[in-house]
Design a protein around this ligand. Structure first.
Ligand code: IPE
Ligand code: IPE
Ligand code: MG
Length: 237
């Protein structure tokens, strides 16, 4: 099962407690560790975390700097543990705007964990669904122009291999914390048939127990993908 999470509400969590927004982001980073650890037990094979959107650069410079510092810290401090836990880490998003220090750590983590067979962890940094589709389209256009790819070979399946998520399965469930009911440019293409869970808890409050009950709710849903799936009672007749 693939779960995507829009980790929202760090700022509000801190503000409500009279703390600086960055303290909320710090709590949020600690929360990532806890949730990643619980994935194998909960049957989550792929976890995609929205860490920083292409729109988040619009925030105050000190908040952006603070967030970048936190990513750096997270990547540096969790490298060994993620590898020990057999987690395979990939990154989604446009890396070109990120600092060289962060890029080096991302590459190191990606290479180190490449052969791991446990949880597939995707971290979306400087990620925007529309930006991802535009970058994919440019790559496709270049291949068509060079004669490497024929227009008729552009199918949905082929298109998705040009996205940052490449050949990974689409998210089955997308969770957003902190009460907002929108995607904010997360997995625009991949979410076409995802289920959604919008929770009131902010990201620092998103405990493994809340995660588990959200997954239980997901498992009780019927997914149709456009077809009509007969109810269990109808099948018994
Ligand atoms: C999510 O928390 C973290 C990032 C977007 C990086 P927010 O910072 O958006 O928190 P709120 O929504 O302002 O409470
Ligand atoms: C979405 O949250 C981005 C991340 C969680 C990384 P935002 O807080 O940036 O989204 P909006 O601005 O409320 O839509
Ligand atoms: Mg927010």
């Amino acid at each position: 099962m693939h779960v995507g999470i829009i980790m929202d509400g760090n700022g509000r969590w801190a503000t409500h407690r009279g703390l600086a927004r960055l303290i909320g982001h710090k709590r949020g980073a600690a929360q990532v560790k806890k949730i990643v650890k619980n994935c194998p037990r909960l049957g989550v094979k792929t976890l995609t975390l929205y860490a920083f959107s292409t729109e988040n650069w619009k925030r105050a410079a000190h908040e952006v700097e603070g967030l970048m510092k936190l990513f750096r810290g997270y990547l540096a401090n969790n490298l060994v543990e993620l590898h020990d836990k057999n987690v395979r880490v990939r990154f989604l998003g446009d890396p070109t705007a990120l600092s060289p220090e962060i890029l080096v750590l991302m590459e190191k983590l990606r290479n180190l964990t490449e052969g791991n067979t446990g949880l597939q962890l995707n971290v979306a940094i400087n990620y925007g669904g529309r930006d991802e589709i535009v970058r994919a389209t440019k790559e496709i256009a270049a291949q068509v122009a060079s004669g490497e790819l024929a227009i008729d070979d552009i199918t949905e399946a082929r298109f998705s291999t040009f996205l940052d998520s490449r050949t990974q399965n689409d998210p089955d469930l997308i969770i957003r914390t902190a009460g907002e009911m929108r995607l904010s440019n997360f997995l625009t293409w991949q979410s076409a048939y995802s289920e959604f869970a919008f929770l009131q808890e902010s990201w620092p409050e998103f405990s493994p127990e809340v995660f588990e009950s959200t997954l239980q709710n997901f498992h009780s849903r019927t997914r149709q993908f456009g077809a009509v799936v007969p109810k269990r009672s109808e099948l018994a007749e």
